[in-house]
Design a protein around this ligand. Sequence first.
Ligand code: BTN
Length: 248
Amino acid sequence: PAVEFGLDAPFTVEFHDAVESTNAVARERATDGASDLVVLADEQTGGRGRLDREWSSPPGGIWLSVLTRPAITPARAPLYTLAASVATARTAREAGVDARIKWPNDVVVPAGENGGYRKLAGVLTEMEGETDRVAWLAVGIGVNANIDANALPEGATTVRDEAADVDRRRFVQRLLEAFDDARTDLEAVVPAWRELALTLGQRVRVDRPAGAVVGEAVDITAAGALVIETDAGEERTTVTVSAGDCEH
Ligand code: BTN
């Protein structure tokens, strides 16, 4: 059912107590022709993360998917995912959390020395389209909000543990407004992301299908790819990775 959200952004919000995955519901709505629709749930029974992982989604968190039909080519779709990370990190920072971004789009809080971190939120984008245009795009955002971190997998943190419980409706409003701002000015997304990045300057290991790349993360390109100076051999060479799983 649609709920009145008092949003300063052009989205309709559909709220559920529990669903398997808000991304799966968004995909169904896309088939029915919907757009600028937000599917929000209090709990997910089969939440999904990147790389086919499970995403633990108990009540108290913020689990939502934003379905849009942007007039962009699939090559620019990663910018939408980055826009979601930037919006999430900004909203968490407003809530008093030192949220940063770990490449490509994990929202984390620095922990310990040497670029360590705990994960606060994640983004999973699914889309359908042809080579020259996106038909629809569903950006799934999960924020560990009012949950005890010890109820979540190892390495996770929550807004509750980093700051204090938040008004989730207010958090969702701010998040959707920040996402709407970011998507309407895509050129500003990478610079904003670079400012929030925890990854730059760190020693990283990125696993990708073509093999792992190990070295120092030195830059992020305009398209959002990570530039790594590898330390194989005497001469430092640079490798640009556009997708993969990054550890530091
Ligand atoms: C990741 O970091 O692996 C991405 C996690 C994305 C989780 C969100 S919660 C809302 C939406 N529905 C899902 O099943 N997944 C995304």
